[in-house]
Structures are given as C-alpha cells and as structure tokens.
Design a binder for this molecule. Structure first.
Ligand SMILES: NC(=O)c1ccc[n+]([C@@H]2O[C@H](COP(=O)([O-])OP(=O)(O)OC[C@H]3O[C@@H](n4cnc5c(N)ncnc54)[C@H](O)[C@@H]3O)[C@@H](O)[C@H]2O)c1
Length: 362
C-alpha cells in the first residue's frame, strides 16, 4: 500500500470548485459535508425527486414513527449543510440542459461528480425508462457541458456500482474483472462508464469511475438491508434471512467511501486520464453476520429464514488493492465498528422519533 496522507489530498484540493449533480442524496450530502468542512467550494445541484422530503412527507404508506424518523434524517441533512458558507445549493433537474447549463455558468466548477440515479436496482426495475433518463440523460448533459470546458474542468467523477460485475464468478473481483451487468440498473451504470471513458478518449476529459458497494450510514433513507435490519428490529418486525442469510455483500461505511472519493478527486492527474476504482471495505460479509450484530444490539430482534430467491445476485468482495496503491486508500470501518456506530445512532434517533410521535398524537 502506498502511504499518502489524507491532509495532503485536502491540500491538493485547495482552490477547486466541486459540483455534485444529484448531490442532495445520501452519498452527495456526506461528500459535500466533508469537502465544505475542509474549506472547498462545493455546489449541490439536485431536483430532490428521490428520497426527498416531499416523497417522505406525502408517503402515506409509512407508519408514523418511520415517517417522523425519515423526515428527521432529511431535515438534519439540510440543517447541517445550511451552516456551511462554502456550500451553494441549487434546485434543478439535470435532465434539462438549460437548468444544468445555468448552474455550470454560475458556479464555474473545476470538478463535477455525477450521482443522479434511481439508486436502487429494485426500484429501477419497476421504472426502466426513468432509470435510463436519470442515469444516462443527466450524464449526457454533464458530459456535453464538460466537453465545452475541457480547459476549465479537470475531472468528472461518475458514481457507478458494484452491480456492473453481475454475478460474481470468483469470491473477489478487481477492476480488471470483465463486467457482466444484469438488469436495467447495472446496465445503465455500465453504459454510463463506457460513455465517460469515450468522452475521455475522444475529447480529452479527465475521468474517474467509482464502484461502491452496499453502503450504510447516518441519514440514509434508501431502505437497503443494512437500514431495514436495524429499523425492523426496533419496530418488532421480523428480519428476513434468505437461504439462512448466506448471501454476501461488501458492506461499506459511508465515511470510508467519502475518504476514497476525496483521495480520487485530489490525486487525479487531469485531462485525458481515465481511472476506475473499487471503493469498498474490501471484505464481503454474510447477511447472517449483519443479523448477529443487530441481535446483540437489539436482543429481541427476530430472524426468519426464507427460501433463497432464484434471481438473487451472487456477490462478494471488491478488491481495493488498486485504490490502495494509487490513492493510499484503506478502509477503516469494519462491520463490527462501522455498523455498530451507525446502529447506536439509529437507536437514538428511533427513540427520539417515537417520543415526538407520541407527543404529537396527544
Ligand atoms: N448508496 C449505495 O449503496 C450505492 C452503491 C453503489 C452506487 N451508488 C450510486 O451512487 C449514486 C448516489 O447514490 P445515493 O445513495 O446517494 O442515492 P440517493 O437517491 O440518496 O441520491 C441521488 C440523488 O440524485 C437526485 N436526482 C435524481 N434525478 C435527478 C435529476 N434529474 N436532476 C437532479 N438531481 C437528481 C435525487 O433527488 C437524489 O437526491 C447513485 O448514482 C447510485 O446509483 C450508490
């Protein structure tokens, strides 16, 4: 592993202006908090159409405590972001070129991170046309605006996904493993990667592709397994262990992903260079391992074994050796430390939301 101090990466980012397209979401707001806390000018450009306050306030299917909890998470995002003088928040739709072009014109970014998507393979499957638009039409607009500004914008970072690998044929994959994406979400991610590389090779854009996996962390409302396990345990609902919970995921704490993204933003070598990094914890764990941690923290959690779904993807570890060598990246939060910290935070917020719900109903 190459030794590169995090502070030296922050120093390299001085004077950069980073625009986050789809930046009000889980990953984007955490990256914005980190960048702005280190004095780096950042713009969030987002139309707030997914996992947003509106969606959460008007979703009648949520139970009272859950609705209160999610509203709290989303408000907390904006409350913290609002305190930063280095942050510009812009409400706009990246599918609409005029919206995005105005933001580029006003902010004059030197780096652009593309995050907009339906960030769930399950939800994307139900709405493939929208998935296509949010991942690829928005990317088309970003790439075209960057192409006109190759001299000013030194890097585009694309948030891709571990799903581009498809069913893992080996326990561990590297960036050189041949992608075999399945389904609309993974295929649009892979198409996005190819478009980004094409703009690099044909138009000289500097590009970085990040492949994260199974993220968890504070203020996430995406309802992935890591969130639903702790939440269902607290709500007294059963936790499903498909096939006994032997499915494996490379669970990654958000702080580790942000660390890797900051390094990849800082250490990129500029125009015409294209790089791809797995940024994960780097060691897949079973769903049963996750359940065991939840059970320790919420002893009355109930696990229910169910049959394994036939189309369930086979996943595993994403090697981070390339990121270790090129970026000096090494994840620090194992499931035992990162998930425990997250779950403690979740339990506290759950109790507060339950209290508020009781008070409101009196
Ligand atoms: N969270 C994970 O575990 C994970 C794993 C792998 C890859 N990713 C990828 O990382 C990216 C960010 O994920 P996230 O977890 O922060 O998702 P998120 O849903 O929390 O954030 C996505 C944001 O994009 C915004 N958006 C969507 N369409 C837009 C449009 N047309 N114009 C402007 N904004 C728009 C949404 O409003 C939302 O705020 C996505 O591309 C996702 O596919 C996430």
């Amino acid at each position: 592993m190459t030794e590169i101090s995090y502070q030296s990466c922050i120093d390299k980012l001085a004077g950069e202006r980073v625009m986050l397209v789809g930046g009000a979401g889980f990953i984007g707001h955490n990256l914005a908090l980190e960048l702005t806390s280190k004095g780096i000018e950042t713009m969030i450009f987002d139309n707030l159409m997914f996992n947003s306050l509106i969606e959460n306030v008007y979703n009648n299917q949520r139970e009272a405590v859950q609705a209160e909890l999610y509203r709290g998470f989303l408000l907390e995002r904006f409350e913290i972001l609002r305190k930063s003088p280095k942050l510009t928040m812009k409400n706009g739709d990246a599918r609409i070129m005029t919206d995005l072009a105005r933001a580029f014109h006003e902010f004059k970014p030197t780096k652009v991170v593309h995050l907009s998507a339906i960030a769930s393979a399950v939800r994307a499957r139900h709405d493939p046309g929208l998935c296509f638009d949010l991942q690829l039409v928005t990317l088309r607009n970003v790439l075209e605006l960057c192409r006109e500004r190759v001299g000013e914008i030194n890097q585009i970072m694309l948030l891709s996904s571990s799903t581009v690998y498809g069913d893992f044929e080996t326990p561990t994959v590297t960036e050189d493993t041949r992608p075999q994406p399945k389904g609309i979400y993974a295929n649009t991610k892979y198409m996005a990667e190819r478009l980004v590389r094409t703009y690099c090779h044909q138009h000289g854009l500097g590009t970085t592709i990040i492949r994260p996996s199974a993220l968890y962390g504070e203020r996430c409302v995406s309802q992935r397994v890591s969130q639903m396990f702790i939440e269902n345990a607290l709500a007294g609902k059963p936790l499903r262990l498909e096939g006994g919970g032997d499915g494996r995921l490379d669970f990654t704490y958000i702080a580790d992903l942000v660390d890797g993204m900051v390094r990849a933003l800082a250490l990129h070598e500029g125009s015409g260079i294209s790089e791809t990094f797995n940024i994960t914890y780097g060691n897949a764990r079973t769903i049963k391992d996750l359940f065991d941690i939840v059970k320790e923290m919420v002893p009355n959690a109930i696990g229910v074994e169910t049959a394994r779904a036939e189309d369930k993807p086979v996943r595993g570890t994403l090697s981070t050796a390339h990121a270790e060598e090129k970026l000096g990246f090494k994840a620090s939060w194992s499931l035992e430390t990162g998930y425990r910290r997250y779950a403690e935070w979740y339990i506290e917020r759950w109790d507060q939301a339950r209290q508020r719900t009781l008070t409101n109903s009196q």
